[in-house]
Structure formats: C-alpha cells, structure tokens
Ligand binder design. Structure first.
Ligand code: NAD
Length: 484
C-alpha cells in the first residue's frame, strides 16, 4: 500500500521488524469513508519490555557512542530522506488521519525541518565552567537520560515524532515510541526511513498498541528514564503518576482552550485568516487550536460577520480531495463533538455560521460541519472545555482587564494570540497571559520548530521544540575537580 516498504502489522525492536509477542492485531480505519485501512500490531507489555531492552543495548553499543557530530549527520540524512518522501508520507497521513494532502505534506516538511534543526544542534549543546573555590575547576556536562519513552497521539503524528524523537536522538538517547492506535502508519514509515538513513539499530524502537496496554507498560517500565507524552489531560495525569513511581521526569503536552484576542485597533484584514484557520485546521483537532476568539466590543459584529463569511465558504471533503477540511479521526470523536454541538441548542444559543457538508460525502466517513458560535458566555462549557473539533466560539469584551480575565479564565494555558496596533498593550498582555506561547499579530508563526512550546496549568509542563527541548531530553551533571 506504500512506496515506503514496511509491514503495517510489525513492531520494530532492536532493528528487527517482527510480529508482536501475542501475534494479535488491531484495525485501522480510513476516516474519509470508514473503510478498513490496515491491521497494526497489538503490542503490549512483553513487546515494550523487549523494546526497552533493545534500547538499553543500543545505548551501550557503538551506535549511541557516536560523537555528537556523527549523530547530527544521521539526523540530517533522515531529514533529507523524509523530505524526499514527503508526498508519500502525506498520502499515508491522508488515509490514516483524514488530513487533506496539503496539511499532510506540511507535516512531513515540518518533520524534516525538526530533524534538520536537531541534527544541526546535536554538537552545539555545551556545558559550562563555573568560577568556584580556589584550587578547583568546576564544570557541567549535558548527558542523555538514557532510554526515553514517547507516547504520541493521532492528530499530528509526524510533527510530534519530529519534535520529541528528533530532540531525544540528537542528545544521544535511545527511544521507544508508542504511536496512537487510531493512526500509526507514518510512525512506522518514519522508522523505516530512519533505518535506511543509517540510524543505529535499537536507537528507535516502535511498538504500536492500545494506550492501556502498550502505553501503560511503557510509562510504568523501570528501564525508562524520561517520558514524553502528548494527548489528553486524563491520560497525562496517569503518565505522571506512573513516572512518579520511578521518580523520572516527564514532559506533558495536554492541549488547551487557546484564545486569540482581537482589539478594535487591530489590522482586521491581517487577522481574519488566522482567526479562522487556527480554529479549523486539521478539523480543529489541534492542541494549540484557537478555539476561543475574544473580540473588543466596537468591532465584535464586524469580526463575527467576516468570520461567518469564511465559514460558509469552507470546503469539507475526503482527505485525498485535498480541500480545506477533512473528516475527524473517528466515529467516537465525531460523537464527542456532536455532544458539544447539541449544547448550542440546549443552551439557547444559535449557530452563527456553519460550513456546508456536501451531500456527496461518503455516508460512512466521519465528517463534522465546521461551526461558529458567537456571543457565548465565557463560563459556558463550550468556552471552557477542549472540544477537539472544528468549533469556535466568539466572545465580546470591553478593555484589557476583561480580555485578560476571560483569556486566563480556563483550566488550560497553552497558546494565546493578541491582535493590536498598540505595542505597549501587546507587551502588557504578553506578560500577563497565563500560557506557554504568546503570538502578537500572528498565530502559529511558521510552525514554530525553533520556538519552545508547552503549557502551564492543565496544558502540562516541560517544553518541546526549539533548543529548549534538548535540555529536556538531557540531564546536567556537575563535576568539581580539586587540583590544589
Ligand atoms: P489519549 O490521551 O487517550 O491518547 C494519546 C496517546 O496516549 C495514545 O498513544 C494512546 O494510546 C496513549 N494512551 C491512552 N491511554 C493510555 C494509558 N493509560 N497509559 C499510557 N498511554 C495511554 O487521547 P485520545 O483518546 O486520542 O483523545 C482524547 C482527547 O485527548 C481528545 O479529544 C483531545 O481533547 C485530547 N488530545 C489532545 C492532544 C494534544 O495534542 N494535546 C492530542 C490528542 C488528543
């Protein structure tokens, strides 16, 4: 089914593609039409154990004792190979996740760019010498954790693998990757590409399987020294609890309810495309989706009208048709989103605008009409909970204090956008917004490979992306030498 030759039913352990220990498989479905796409391995505790052992062996072997520069070169070769296969990776992601091809291609290009960034950075992570008591030389060494576990969701498999596995490998860790059971073809394809690009056997092991089986086994394994997780708040808490049993560090990226705040003095023409796209991209299944749009009252009606116009023009269709929006990941996800849409009517609110769903869409696909709801009370569930679907709420405000109170008034704190021509106000907002990233007069900024990313509050902790991730995937050792 792919130009990149890999067995969808296999796990990758110590450089060997093999069936999982139980030999059982799980079905993958194509969200665009609900048909069976492939069978994947139902990896579980025995496979995770073997993968951790293989990663430990790789750490002890010549592969992981490569110099930092050599590691960097391998990552750069992987980057070039990913780029060469970007169209094929986009096709796999379209079939597996339901992403329009252009989005899948953008994800593949981002994966290549992460590998390029971390490949280039591998030999530039340095320790320090510390002025210390006379007769001593004191210095710090940045060392890999050892074996790192990576539990990845279905919404952006390639980008999330790039930012976590890429940084971990650059620091000299050996990785065990557990992709999501809903979508893992590009994780397997990536492992094949990495293998062919010369990544040492065992440096990357891949075990697909269920969260409560393979995922739980990985987070509880005593041979793992660091866990990186992206997904739901509920599972993030389980991961942190499992990590606490072995006192290992975790990086948690748990989504959000991110606002874009539009002041009356903003350049609305510049803001408009960002307001809508950042909400509906990937059918709204984006941790940093701008699901709340806060608009200063003098321009509220105008912004709502212009957003509504864009919504009505959005084209929804099968991923391979490469329109604006594809289906959501699963029937279950469509049901969850449907529950939130039912709240609109139940609460006496009205749909402001919705994209049309063509009658020609496959009835068995998981389609949801992108929906805009204006005038929602900030305390309403629609304005508080992560819907993870193409639904945006628009909330009016008066002045900075109210904008901040609404923006900071959820359990989450991942990303915020501020649109204003007043530079002082932009800086005041940037300081007071409770979140991990603030964008002024833009949102998402070029994919943000170089920009540290992560949350506060229920959005998680730890930082991925940028140089900061390299610190997260390493540990600092202090050496004090007495020489008299
Ligand atoms: P999830 O948290 O259940 O799954 C994410 C990953 O964790 C998957 O690989 C899964 O197999 C694994 N996992 C599940 N249970 C586990 C366990 N007990 N131990 C270890 N690993 C486990 O997310 P989901 O079910 O795919 O989506 C549910 C909700 O999570 C979504 O509606 C959305 O709100 C949120 N979500 C957020 C992000 C994000 O980028 N922050 C991504 C996906 C989902």
């Amino acid at each position: 089914m792919s130009d990149i030759s890999f067995d969808t039913r296999a796990v990758l352990i110590g450089g060997r593609w093999q069936p999982c220990a139980s030999g059982e498989t799980l079905p993958l479905f194509n969200p665009s039409d609900g048909t069976l796409l492939a069978q994947i391995a139902r990896g579980a505790a025995a496979d995770i154990d073997a993968a951790v052992t293989a990663a430990q062996a790789a750490r002890a072997g010549a592969g992981c004792r490569m110099s930092a520069a050599e590691r960097g070169r391998v990552l750069l070769r992987m980057s070039a190979a990913v780029l060469a296969q970007a169209d094929e990776l986009a096709r796999l992601e379209a079939l597996d996740v339901g992403k329009p091809l252009k989005q899948g291609r953008a994800d593949a290009v981002a994966l290549a760019r992460y590998l390029e960034f971390y490949g280039g950075a591998a030999d530039k992570v340095m320790g320090e010498t510390i002025p210390f008591t006379a007769g001593y030389t004191a210095l710090t060494l940045r060392e890999p954790h050892g074996v790192t576990g990576h539990i990845v969701p279905w919404n952006y498999p390639m980008q999330i693998i790039g930012r976590s596995v890429g940084a971990a490998l650059a620091m000299g860790n050996a990785c065990v990757l557990k992709p999501a059971e809903e979508a893992c073809l590009t994780a397997l394809a990536f492992a094949r590409i990495a293998d062919e690009a010369g990544l040492p056997a065992g440096a990357l092991n891949v075990v697909p399987g269920l969260g409560e089986e393979a995922g739980a086994a990985l987070s509880a394994h005593p041979g793992v020294q660091h866990l990186s997780f992206t997904g739901s708040v509920a599972v993030g808490r389980l991961i942190q609890a499992a990590a606490a049993k072995h006192t290992i560090p975790v990086t948690l990226e748990l989504g959000g309810k991110s606002p874009q705040i539009v002041y009356a003095d903003a350049d609305l023409d510049a803001a408009l495309p960002f307001l809508v796209n950042a909400g509906i991209q990937n059918a709204g299944q984006t941790c940093s989706a701008a699901s709340r749009i806060l608009v200063e009252r003098p321009v509220f009606e105008q912004v709502v009208a212009r957003m509504a116009e864009r919504y009505r023009a959005l084209r929804v269709g099968p991923a391979l048709d490469d329109l604006d929006i594809g289906p959501v990941i699963s029937a279950r996800q469509r049901e969850i989103i449907g529950g939130y849409l039912a709240l609109v009517q139940d609460s006496g609110l009205q749909v402001t605008a919705a994209a049309p769903l063509p009658t020609t869409l496959p009835a068995s696909g998981y389609y949801v009409a992108p929906t805009l709801v204006a005038g929602v009370n900030p305390a309403h569930r629609l304005a508080q909970e992560e819907i993870f679907g193409p639904v945006q709420v628009v909330i009016p405000f008066d002045g900075e204090a109210e904008a901040l109170a609404i923006a900071n008034g959820t359990a989450f704190g991942l990303v915020a956008g501020v649109w204003t021509r007043d530079g002082s106000r932009a800086l005041r907002m940037a300081h007071q917004l409770q979140c991990g990233q603030v964008f002024v007069n833009n949102y998402g900024a070029g994919g943000g490979i170089e920009l540290p990313f992560g949350g506060v509050k229920a959005s998680g902790h730890g930082r991925e992306k940028g140089f900061e991730a390299l610190y997260g995937f390493s540990t600092l050792k202090t050496v004090a030498i007495h020489h008299g």
